[in-house]
Design a protein around this ligand. Sequence first.
Ligand code: SF4
Length: 349
Amino acid sequence: MDSDPTLKSQMRGIAYPFFSIQKLAGMKKRHNPGLKPPGRSFLATRHFLSLAESGDPDCDPILRQVVPTQQEEVAGTAFVQDPLSEKKFSPLPRLVRRYEDRALILCTNKCFIHCRFCFRKRLWSQPPWTIGRREFAKIAEFIGRDHKIKEAILSGGDSLCLDDGWLLEMIGRLDSIGSLDVIRLATRALSAEPSRFSAGFVRRLRKRSGKLWLMSHFNHRAELSDLAKIAIGRLVDSGIPVLNQTVLLKGVNDDVGTLSSLFRALVAVKARPHYLFHVDPAEGNSGFVTGVDKALELVAGLRRRLSSICVPSFALDLPSGGGKIVLSPELRRASGEYCDYEGRTFRYF
Ligand code: SF4
């Protein structure tokens, strides 16, 4: 495990005490959920908090994503520490291999913000760490040996919390693996700290590898700030595709209007809505659950309103490592009858 002094200057997410959260977010009423540290730590950037409008963490879509609430203490048997059973699919420390053609590397446990609905909250209570050179070398060797692995995903935590030098070095090493087609950077930085994508940094990224894709994470239109749009423009103009993942969150984006507005705005800046995920049953997440039925209703509503390039696939991760499945509101009947989004039945072949 490396201790990385340069990371501190790069890492703009700050663990604020409650009195400063209230001040920074302009909260009007006193809010102290009384949650116990360290697992429930509050972490946010000034940029992310500046996107909040109402100052009320119960209904502001920005604050609701980062401000802890007592709801998180509501336990449920379905809500567990590692809902995707990642530990079971970890052939090496910091490596998750759930699918034959993909390898996910946990680069760090640091984030710009702590999203209250995160499925890797288990990492929050660990002391800060960044993947070390020896650990990464073993992972790169593993990926290079197995030619079935076509995509490497740099994740965490947030891969963009790494300092430029180390991140670019890792990307360069992965780029040299001939059997890899794609290197994905999974990050919340476009939403939480878009200034991370300076023109110089994006140029260096592109120079280091032509295999890069950026996986962004926007949940609400308010997150797509002018700075975020500039950063997406830089990535797209340099030939780095941007795919967005959204988590469906009760009280944040669980209506057709809010989701439509986000997906249209993303497409307008050439960030493709890729997945809409049902929230994972991680500890503390029960307050964000919409349920699958409601989610499918929303997807049907989106399809009625938006073109196909604006509508992401709706997916959920099955428990115990069952993996990701994509669900669609259409019904295919054994007899060759199909339902449209209005519920009318048609015959097809
Ligand atoms: S969702 Fe991503 S950015 Fe948010 S806390 Fe989890 S790992 Fe960090």
